[in-house]
Design a protein around this ligand. Structure first.
Ligand code: K1U
Ligand code: ZN
Length: 169
């Protein structure tokens, strides 16, 4: 297994639309294992392949307390969303230190392949539902700050670029 390098906002590669995985083979299983290691190391509850500069429809999530209930979603498709939404506080490993509210469906159902290439249906609510929506946005090239006002987004962009410049010094 290996730790993968995260992309940070406003890196333009985060806007890439991911392609479907053609076959769930050893290459994809290695990517999943590396993404899980990277997510756990970064203390995240989710990670989309887009964030590690791989533009294929792969997501890993673990919202459990014990960090032992990994969910792998390959080629996820939303099949149902609740009629109600809720404002949730979100963070993002690609926008470290920034937290803000985003309106999300309270519950949803997704169909996807797991790491063995088996079809599965996931019915999600609570933090898992929020996280799935956040990660599926990444696969569409969308970072959660795009839901915020242009004023907030520009402030975040400046803050990130300043932090990245200082890091590079
Ligand atoms: O995709 C990512 O960048 C991972 C992100 C997932 C996420 C967190 C919160 C709401 C929606 C999606 C993170 O894991 S950010 C770090 C984190 O662990 C966290 C932040 C806020 C609330 C809960 C967890
Ligand atoms: Zn994110």
């Amino acid at each position: 297994m290996a730790l993968l390098t995260l992309l940070f906002f406003p890196d333009a590669r985060l806007q890439t639309v991911a392609k479907p995985v053609p076959t769930v083979d050893e290459r994809v299983r290695r990517l999943v294992a590396d993404m899980l290691e990277t997510m756990y190391e970064a203390k995240g509850i989710g990670l989309a392949a887009t964030q590690v500069d791989v533009h294929e429809r792969v997501i890993v999530i673990d919202v459990s307390e014990q960090r032992d209930e990994a969910v792998v979603l390959i080629n996820p498709q939303v099949v149902w969303t609740s009629s109600t939404t809720h404002l949730n506080e979100e963070g993002c490993l690609s926008v470290p230190g920034i937290y803000d509210g985003v309106e999300r469906f309270d519950a949803l159902t997704v169909s996807a392949l797991d790491a063995m290439g088996q079809s599965r249906v996931v019915q999600a609510e609570g933090l898992l539902a929020v996280c799935i929506q956040h990660e599926m946005d990444h696969l569409l090239g969308k970072v959660f700050v795009e839901y915020l006002s242009p004023l907030k987004r520009n402030r975040i962009k400046k803050k990130m670029l300043k932090a990245q410049r200082e890091e590079a010094r």
